[in-house]
Design a protein around this ligand. Structure first.
Ligand code: SF4
Ligand code: SF4
Ligand code: SF4
Length: 357
């Protein structure tokens, strides 16, 4: 209900008083003012006791769907004067990041937020040559996420070593702590979480592929066509932490499987490695495991001269590598080549059409 503004009341009272003083003289007019004051003061007191503003403002406040006023949201997002749909991602984490991160961040026994990290022991990786199969980590990740061909969220590169021979280097998303992909996304579809992972929200992704151009590790993939969806994924409850089912026109990548870690299991890739080369753990609690051995994250990486890919770029990856070429599992570095990756789940989808990267 519209309330009368005090100014309107004052003007009306002044006019009435003027009229009365002209018609009946100054004494009745003075009496009228005194009576009006006696009536007005109790009304203000009653409103005050009810907790109402005695002088309601006329400002209109728009409430956003999340229960935060549009003005407040814009202020906290740091995009003064612009709409919420405009680019807001340049720089550090935003309110949107906090909402998403706070929703699912896990804490360790010490009460501190988990900081997921990975160690890949190249001394144990032989590209699955000893298994006579394509790399098992890649296959398990593909099968676990129904990743469309040609996506290899963890890709096994074969790299020449100084002095001859080759080594295999499994490369998931490096989960950079200074991620170029996040810094360029114009709609905050890709973002860092409180647990230190970098995710993509396909609900927000507009397919501009700027993140793909920015990633120095080539760890992002685009859905150029309608991705095949197997029956078991049709009703999947989509989440940025699992990215199932895939969607045309959006970018995908390794999500670091934080929901599996919170549930107490290792990511698909670590579970599947026949040589236990992949350790996953929490930097905050300083612990990592490959499912068989439990190690101190810091001691294991420091004592074994770990390195990170393209460290000089300042991206601060969360994936650490122990140097090696499969020597712990008997691989001859001159035994080159690995079997090509396959996407077995796609064969189960009738009429599936895929694309080239
Ligand atoms: S590896 Fe690429 S996609 Fe992953 S966080 Fe780093 S820049 Fe982003
Ligand atoms: S951590 Fe998860 S998403 Fe990343 S490569 Fe391993 S299985 Fe795939
Ligand atoms: S990390 Fe393990 S599963 Fe992956 S290629 Fe190396 S040996 Fe095979």
């Amino acid at each position: 209900m519209k309330r009368t503004h005090p100014l309107e009341v004052t003007v009306a009272l002044a006019l009435v008083t003027l009229l009365v003083s002209f018609v009946a003289g100054p004494v009745p007019a003075l009496l009228l003012v005194v009576v009006a004051a006696f009536v007005a003061v109790p009304v203000r007191l009653r409103r005050s006791f009810r907790g109402e503003s005695p002088e309601p403002t006329s400002t209109t406040v728009e409430i956003s769907p999340r229960g935060v006023s549009r003005r407040e949201a814009i202020k906290r997002l740091g995009v003064g004067g612009a709409g919420l749909a405009v680019p807001v991602a340049v720089g550090g984490p935003t309110l949107i990041d906090s909402w998403k991160a706070e929703a699912g961040a896990a804490t360790g026994p010490s009460g501190r937020t988990r900081q997921w990290g990975m160690i890949i022991d190249l001394r144990k990786c032989d590209g699955c040559q000893s298994q006579g199969t394509a790399p098992q980590c890649t296959l398990a990740c593909i099968e676990g996420h129904f990743a469309p061909e040609p996506m290899e969220w963890i890709q096994i590169y074969e790299s020449e070593m100084e002095g001859g021979g080759t080594q295999f280097i499994p490369a998931p998303c490096q989960q950079c702590q200074n991620p170029p992909c996040v810094n360029v996304c114009p709609v905050t579809a890709t973002y860092s979480t409180a647990e230190g992972t970098v995710l993509i929200d396909q609900d927000r992704c507009i397919g501009c592929r700027m993140c793909m151009a920015a990633c120095p590790y080539d760890r992002r993939f685009f859905n150029w066509g309608d991705p095949p969806v197997p029956p078991e994924a049709v009703l999947a409850d989509y989440s940025a932490e699992h990215q199932v089912p895939a969607r045309k026109g959006t970018v995908m990548k390794c999500d670091f499987c934080p929901e599996m870690a919170r549930a107490g299991t290792l990511p698909y890739c670590a579970q599947a490695c026949p040589n236990d080369a992949i350790y996953y753990g929490d930097l905050e609690e300083d612990v990592a495991t490959n499912g068989r051995d439990v190690v101190s994250f810091s001691d294991f990486t420091t004592e074994n001269n770990s390195f990170r890919l393209k460290e000089d770029l300042g991206t601060q990856p969360r994936v650490f590598y122990i140097p090696g070429h499969g020597e712990d599992v008997g691989r001859d570095p001159h035994d080159e080549g690995r079997l090509p990756t396959r996407w077995p789940w796609i064969e189960r989808v009738k009429g599936a059409v895929t694309w080239r990267r």
